[in-house]
Structures are given as C-alpha cells and as structure tokens.
Design a protein around this ligand. Structure first.
Ligand SMILES: CC(C)=CCC/C(C)=C/CC/C(C)=C/CC/C(C)=C/CC/C(C)=C/CC/C(C)=C/CC/C(C)=C/COP(=O)(O)OP(=O)(O)O
Ligand code: 1GP
Ligand code: MG
Length: 232
C-alpha cells in the first residue's frame, strides 16, 4: 500500500475507548476519507486497540496508530504517529514517555514507520491538555515559534494544531500553515459537520475529525465531501 501521507486532506480519528457499531465503522472506512487514525488521550489499552485494528482491517483504508501510551503499542498499523507536546510544561510528554518506549522497543522498531507530530494543544479544557499539562494560554507568536521549532529544528513531518473538543481560531491556523514549507499542518478540534470542515480545510493542510463520529455520524460523514470540495 502506498500511503502518500503528504496528500491526505481528511482523516477520521477513532477512539478505541468508545463504542462504534459495525455499520458505523463500515461507513467511516468506506467514506472516502484519506486515512483512519486510531487514538485517544485516555482509556486506550492494548486490547481495545487490537480489537479496533482488526475491525478496520476488513477495509482498504490506510490505518495509523497515534501512540498515546506505551501499553497500547500494537504492531500491524501502516504508520505510527508519535505526538510530542511542544507546549507541555513537563518533559514527560516531550521526551519522557518516548525515551521509555524507545528503551523497550528501539531495537525492533522500523523507524521508517515512525512519524513525529509536533503537537500544540490550544484548548486548555481538553483531556489531552490536562493530561500533558499543556500551556494553552499562549499567543499567536508563541504558536508560530512552536510550529517553526517543530519544522526546522525537530523536522517533524506533521505540525498538529489541537483544539480537541472546540473549534479553533482559523486565522491562527492559516497563519501557521503559511509558515510551513516542509511539514504538513494537521488541524483537529470541533469539526462537527460540513461547514466547519470546509473552513478548516481552507486553513490547514489536513483536517482531523473525531468526536462528531460518536455524536452525529451523518454530520461526520458529510465532512469528507466538504473537505474535498474546499480543495477544488
Ligand atoms: C513491533 C512493535 C510493537 C513496534 C512498535 C514500535 C513503536 C510504535 C514504538 C513507539 C515508540 C515511541 C517513541 C512511542 C511514544 C510513546 C508515547 C506514549 C509518547 C507520548 C505521546 C503523548 C504525548 C501522549 C499524550 C496525549 C496525546 C497528545 C494524545 C494524542 C491524541 C489526542 C490528543 C487525542 C484526543 O483525545 P480524546 O480522547 O479525543 O480527547 P477528548 O476527551 O478531549 O475528546
Ligand atoms: O474530537 P475533535 O474535537 O473532532 O478533535 C479531533 C482531534 O484533533 C482530537 O485529537
Ligand atoms: Mg475525542
């Protein structure tokens, strides 16, 4: 399978800690999305991750694991996305967890499958922000500096503006995209239907859609076409 991550415009993020019927999963996998990302900030285990991977593998859609804890690292995904929370107040979520995982898996890892994501978490009320002690009270200048740091110093293939749960400032997203020449800008947060999907697609390279899958499947599915239309 040729993954062409640099061409992805739309990604669904599925949370192994949440219920999804077989019918709903089928409609997500056959929706025309560019990829399915498996991940969540809490409640992700080896068992619920293996289970979800096996169900997604009935379909041809590319499937990547966004690693959120070491116990839930499951082989068999097409790629492994490794978040680095640049605005965390503690090294634990910048290098700490990563150091421990590489100590255990470093000798058997296929490094070509590892994609680092320079995360900038901007919704201070989100579970991910609380877990990682992210400093979300920052200005555009700080966000721009983190994005440049991710691209120019860390060479992260992905810079991820994460508003998990709320729709973010598209003006900031557009400005950050304008700075990047190598990294791809992923935007996620509060895309709850086609209108916001279109707005986000006009601002970022790739739009990630999560929670709405579990709240309103029809709206979630409509985001695929909306993102495509924004690029035509
Ligand atoms: C053969 C074999 C098994 C090979 C495996 C090799 C492999 C993949 C090794 C891993 C190497 C490595 C460096 C791993 C990193 C380990 C790790 C745990 C890093 C920490 C990642 C991190 C910073 C996690 C913090 C949480 C976070 C940012 C998660 C990202 C996803 C996210 C924000 C989801 C949103 O969550 P959600 O549940 O939707 O939240 P809401 O409630 O707000 O909606
Ligand atoms: O769940 P939502 O708010 O759609 O956010 C998507 C994703 O960025 C979460 O990590
Ligand atoms: Mg979520």
């Amino acid at each position: 399978m040729h993954l062409r991550m640099n061409e992805w415009k739309h990604v669904f993020k599925l949370d192994p800690d949440k219920e999804l019927t077989d019918e709903a999963l089928e409609s997500i996998c056959l929706s025309g999305t560019d990829a399915v990302m498996v991940g969540g900030s809490t409640g992700v285990t080896f068992d619920n991750t293996v289970d979800l991977l096996a169900r997604i593998r009935r379909y041809e859609v590319p499937c990547v694991l966004e690693v959120s804890n070491q116990e839930a690292i499951v082989p068999g995904f097409d790629l492994f996305m490794i978040p680095i929370v640049l605005n965390s107040k503690t090294p634990e979520w910048i290098v700490g967890q990563h150091h421990r995982a590489i100590k255990d898996y470093g000798a058997i890892m296929d490094w070509k499958q590892m994609i680092t994501e320079g995360y900038i978490i901007l919704n201070g009320d989100s579970t991910a922000a609380k877990l990682t002690q992210a400093d979300a009270e920052i200005e555009l200048k700080d966000v721009e500096a983190y994005a440049r740091l991710a691209e120019r110093l860390f060479h992260c293939p992905i810079v991820y503006l994460e508003y998990s749960g709320v729709f973010g400032k598209m003006e900031w997203v557009r400005k950050v995209r304008g700075l990047l020449t190598e990294s791809r800008l992923f935007y996620g947060g509060g895309v709850d239907g086609p209108d916001k999907a279109r707005e986000a697609a006009e601002a970022a390279h790739t739009v990630v859609v999560g929670n709405v899958i579990y709240e309103n499947l029809e709206h979630a599915l409509a985001t695929v076409q909306a993102v495509r239309a924004a690029h035509q």
